[in-house]
Design a protein around this ligand. Sequence first.
Ligand code: BES
Ligand code: ZN
Ligand code: ZN
Length: 502
Amino acid sequence: MSAKAKVRVATKSEAETAIVLVASKSGKKEKELVAKGLSKSLIEKIKGAFGEDYSATSGQQLIFRDANVDGYKNLVFIGLGDAAKVNTETLRRAAGTSARDLQLKTKSIVLFVENLTGYSRDKAEAIQAVVEGLIMGSYKFDELKSKKNDKKSEATEYTLLSKNKNEESLAKKAAAKGQVIAEAVNFARRLGDLPGNFLTPTRLGQEAAKAAKGTRLKVTVWDPARIKKENMGNLLGVANGSEEPCRFIAMEYKGGGASKPICYVGKGLTFDSGGISIKPSAGMEEMKYDMCGGAGVIAAMLAIAQLKLKVNAIAFVPTTENMPGGRANKPGDVTTARNGKTTEVNNTDAEGRLILSDALVYASEHKPAFIVDAATLTGAMSIALGDIHTGFFSNNPKLTKVAQDAAEKAGEWIWEMPLTKEHSEDMKGTYADLSNISSNKGAGSAKGAAFLQEFVEEGIPWAHFDIAGTAWNTGHRVSYNPKKGASGIIVRTFVKLAELWK
Ligand code: BES
Ligand code: ZN
Ligand code: ZN
């Protein structure tokens, strides 16, 4: 990763460029919001640019090169749209636009803290969101290009300028939090963007262990021999078709005394060819992203540890390739999960649920307060909800509510999907307990969820997040996401969930 953002909070700045976020509507209140903490000359410039009604539309970018206002060479206005509708996500996106799409070459940028906090009831949340937008918007994946793009290879320095000491310390804390979360998102994106020949299951385990260094996260990685000993037959069955050995990654963070741990599980398919039920070649390269659930879980654990949240958290990421080798699962093969349940593998491309089944059994044995899993599980999910919402399924109303709240606060969209006993009935096997594909048409995502539910111990609150539609190529919609490539979805929701769950 070359283009990085450095963010600091200071009372002085010698930045070359000033960025001001401007909300529209001509009311007195809106003008006060925009004007907060800005000099007279800057306000005059805003009036000159947008007229008396400050009609700055969302995503609009106005650049004044060599404006030389208050010592800043360049001046940039980023529109926020209607002031009455501005929320933390609006700020995050405007910051994303500033970082990702700024049509101006500049190395140092100042933003005025009071101008940002004016838009939110919670000042710290506003600062955190802006910092997240700047750092996520600065993400670049070019480590596999032989020639780096020089223009982009230096980090841009952002200064959040605060004139007031109270705001300065608040802004410092909030900025530090935003930085941890956004860097975790960027870490998850990088794992997603790395191709299958670089990011093997072995390497994913190594990356998790390396990232955890210096934190209180404990990382354990099991090899195939240990996985066999642990009776994870569904994971091993999927891994059998590949030359690359599989891994089972476990992470543990203790910050919550004697309380029950919260638990994360993520699908870590470093490449999904479909196996013997091989996928069509068009678009198959996208299946390097089939570990984005696992990456999201690893990154969320990293952030939880770095933020020193007062929770106990555990995470499990089964990771393998799905390949059509000579020892691969064949349609009709039967494999046995850790809890003894047997499954007919009637389609080897429905492999995510198989590797997750063993992880969910193991997770349940830890008697966690809840289990949430993230997986690029079904193409049907992207048909149902597109690249807008992550669909989720749960067996527990409280967890549903807290997850919805967490996603909303974190700025991610999730949508509850139905999961009923009818879905479960369709996953019964003929020759084994279960089939990994449905005996009836339709509701493919719910059937996948129903299969997973068979491996969650009754009574444990559980939610499954199918990120198949939202894990990559969402940047046309969200300005802090890369236009192409992994989005880092679910990291922010999963971290917020750890903060909100009581
Ligand atoms: N990794 C895929 C799901 C996927 C497909 C994610 C496209 C993102 C984009 C998963 O392993 C898979 O192949 N699922 C099958 C399940 C089916 C065989 C029941 C699918 O969705 O077609
Ligand atoms: Zn598959
Ligand atoms: Zn898959």
